[in-house]
Design a protein around this ligand. Structure first.
Ligand code: PDD
Length: 287
């Protein structure tokens, strides 16, 4: 992959070095926009339609009019991979903002939304997928509409940074003692063979991988209980795992320095990881 072209509103593809973004851009000045991160395996999208559907839901929720139909954006995204000769594992970052206009809080008139997307390599994190990761817990200080994949990520950024400084992979958010999700992933607790996770309410992002995890659970006859668990429940969990387009189904083996179960990825997490690999058509390359 070499050229990294970008889609602009006018369905233009250009090398990213040629792109000059105005500083009076509503994404930059207000975080006034929405985004998607879409996974690519062996040069093909995973869950493309789900991401496009969510992009339109997010845009509608903030009254942002996208300049494309779902079909048009899907075709542009497919074209983007082809132009990049993308044949590896990667991701596309797509962002749409309310456009470029003189700074004013109210919506600009007659200004078209900006849309851009670009491809990046993203090898699978096999070590973490195999061994599991650690996490910290943090208060969820975000707003009431976390189902919108909005550009406003400051609480997420701060929590993830704290996790990193702590030597952890993720920060698990909780509100009023109940676990919502992580800074950039959904989170699940396994107890007595049941998978518990926060309901797909306004309080969490409805993850595309979460949707699949629900389906994998049904396929494996594992109860998928949309019932928030508490921070205190974590200490008694048999297993804990998270999911996202970049992290996949990732075991969490310790939280705030305390081991989960025996400190190893659990059996149900392993079954779901296997289901994910099958679903995403992941080819395991043995060395
Ligand atoms: N994040 N919750 C939050 C807060 C997220 O930011 C994400 C994804 C998810 C999982 O969603 P999905 O399964 O559709 O990837 C849950 C992306 C990867 C990011 O911001 O980089």
């Amino acid at each position: 992959m070499s050229v990294y072209p970008i889609i602009l509103s006018q369905t233009m593809f250009t090398h990213r070095d040629n792109l000059h973004y105005p500083f009076e851009e509503r994404g930059l000045q207000f975080g006034d926009g929405v985004y998607e991160v879409i996974r690519i395996y062996n040069g093909s999208y995973y869950l493309l339609q789900e991401h496009v559907d969510r992009l339109f839901r997010s845009a509608e929720a903030i009254k942002l009019v996208l300049p494309f139909s779902k079909n048009e954006i899907t075709n542009l995204l497919l074209d983007l991979l082809e132009r990049n000769n993308m044949s590896e594992d990667g991701k596309v970052y797509l962002q749409s903002t309310r456009g470029s206009a003189p700074r004013d809080h109210t919506f600009p008139k007659n200004v078209e939304a900006n849309v851009y997307a670009y491809v990046q390599d993203l090898p699978r994190n096999k070590k973490n997928l195999e061994n599991g990761v650690s996490a910290i817990t943090r208060h969820d200080s975000r707003w009431d509409y976390c189902y919108i994949k909005s550009l406003n990520l400051l609480p997420n950024v701060l929590a993830k940074q704290e996790a990193k400084e702590n030597g952890s992979f993720e920060a698990i958010f909780h509100k009023d003692g109940l676990v919502t999700e992580c800074s950039s992933s959904n989170v699940y607790l396994v107890k007595d063979g049941e998978i518990h996770t926060h309901p797909a309410s306004n309080g969490i992002l409805h993850g595309c991988v979460r949707m699949r995890v629900e389906q994998f659970s049904a396929d494996l006859s594992l109860p998928f209980v949309e019932n928030s668990f508490s921070v205190d429940d974590i200490a008694d969990a048999d297993e804990l795992f998270l999911s996202s387009s970049t992290a996949e189904v990732m075991p969490i083996v310790s939280v705030d320095g305390t081991k989960i179960g025996n400190g190893q990825p659990g059996k149900i997490t392993r079954q779901l990881q296997e289901a994910y690999e099958k679903d995403a058509n992941i080819i395991r390359h043995t060395v």
